[in-house]
Design a protein around this ligand. Structure first.
Ligand code: HGY
Ligand code: MN
Ligand code: MN
Ligand code: MN
Length: 408
């Protein structure tokens, strides 16, 4: 198999250039899906891929596919990719590295005129983060047939804007039908978003799978009342109920330690006035564990604890997303491990705490991931950092694993 060497400088240049699109004062990125910033980075990605000789198509929910033909057009494409959307206070690497590593791989192949057997596709999956529209990873999920197109188009953000309207506002509703076509394989490069690789001084994570995830929305209804004239025993204070619910989420996670995690990420207190006892609170809950059956037990535990604390309040708990644990393809995992080995990078097998689009592509084609470290495991934070060496190493392993698979 020919060695194709990636150009770390060129890769790093694309990371730093795109980091300016939606760049924040603290050095992070705010690029919510289907925002003006998302449009600009999508335009950048399309132009860069077309300049590299790819044809770029967009499907009906905005997923972008940059295709480089191989010797045999009948073979299903070997894909690389991830997501260009970010959290509200996201970092420069989460998702973006996986997409730009795919572009760098294409550019490196072009530089020596290497033609793969199978076509190569670099994918930008819409709305991996689930920050503006829930759930997360919903567009790769729809491509894999888990969510319908109607469901995706109808999702609304906290301002009430539908996904369809937001997508039309930036002109990224494509005409390529959603899904329904075979992918040959998917390799996703991503930062670990946790501390293990850095702590063990390892350059590469050979990712074996992704843990189980459940998302909930909880609406707590009490009674708005006057902060001065309402005696304490007469109150139905929804925010006090929310405080107890948040404690319950933490207790559920700790009761399933060390791998159980629980997070309340959004809290909206209504009406939100200094001298009004809160009548209603909306909050979100994210429960995770490596095992599906344990996450199911965590949900039961949560429901029992909420029933105990609700008192004279109404608790409306709705489960809005279940993402079962996923195990990646052993053959592709082998190619990643082999590539890391041959390149002399310290590596280890690792399961992913974070969700990724690879979770859903694993349902429709052989899939795996490559991890590189990030500083102190910090992610979903503007301080997220990875290094030139780590990004270059991950991209070289990604390309070598793809070429090894293409040669089989
Ligand atoms: O939620 C996740 O794990 C992913 O970052 N969207
Ligand atoms: Mn990500
Ligand atoms: Mn993320
Ligand atoms: Mn992810």
């Amino acid at each position: 198999m020919t060695n194709v060497t990636i150009d770390g400088e060129r890769l790093w240049g694309t990371l730093m250039e795109t980091a300016k699109i939606g760049g924040t004062a603290k050095g992070g990125i705010r690029r919510l899906t289907m925002s003006e910033e998302d449009k600009r980075v999508r335009d950048w990605f399309k132009a860069a891929c077309e300049a590299a000789g790819c044809t770029v198509t967009v499907d009906t929910i905005g997923n972008m596919f940059a295709r480089r033909e191989g010797k045999n057009p009948d073979l299903p494409p070997i894909c690389m990719g991830s997501h260009l959307d970010t959290q509200p206070t996201g970092g420069k690497f989460d998702g973006i590295l996986g997409v730009l590593a795919g572009l760098e791989a294409i550019r490196s192949l072009d530089a020596i005129g290497y033609q793969t057997n199978a076509p190569i596709e670099v994918i930008n999956w819409t709305n991996e983060e689930g920050a503006r529209f829930t759930p997360a990873m919903m567009a790769s999920g729809a491509f894999a047939g888990v969510f319908t197109e109607e469901y995706i188009l109808s999702r609304t953000d906290r301002e009430g804007t539908t996904f369809a309207d937001a997508m039309d506002a930036i002109g990224y509703r494509g005409d390529t039908p959603l899904g329904g076509r075979k992918l040959g394989a998917m390799f996703e490069l991503h930062i670990e978003q946790g501390p293990i690789l850095e702590a063990e001084d390892r350059m590469i994570g050979v990712v074996t799978g992704v843990q189980s995830i459940r998302w909930f929305e909880l609406t707590i209804t009490g009674a708005a009342a006057h902060a001065g004239a309402t005696p304490m025993p007469a109150r139905r204070d929804a925010l006090v109920g929310a405080a107890r619910a948040i404690e319950a989420v933490e207790a559920v996670a700790l009761a399933h330690a060390p791998d159980g995690v629980g997070t309340v990420g959004i809290l909206e207190c209504r009406p939100g006035s200094t001298n009004v006892v809160p009548g209603e609170v909306f909050l979100t809950i994210d429960l995770r564990h490596p095992l599906d059956e344990v996450v199911a037990r965590m949900e039961e535990d949560l429901r029992a604890r909420l029933a105990e604390i609700q008192g004279r309040l109404e608790f409306g708990l709705e489960r809005i997303w279940v993402s079962p644990a996923v195990h990646f393809d052993p053959v592709l995992i082998g190619h990643v491990r082999e590539a890391a080995e041959r390149l002399g990078f310290r590596h280890r097998d690792i399961a992913s705490g974070a969700g990724h689009d690879a979770v859903y592509t694993a349902r429709i084609c052989p899939t795996t991931m490559v991890f590189v470290p990030c500083k102190e495991g910090i992610s979903h934070n503007e301080a997220e950092e990875s290094t030139f060496e780590q990004c270059a190493a991950g991209t070289q392993v990604l390309l070598n694993a793809v070429l090894a698979y293409d040669a089989t």
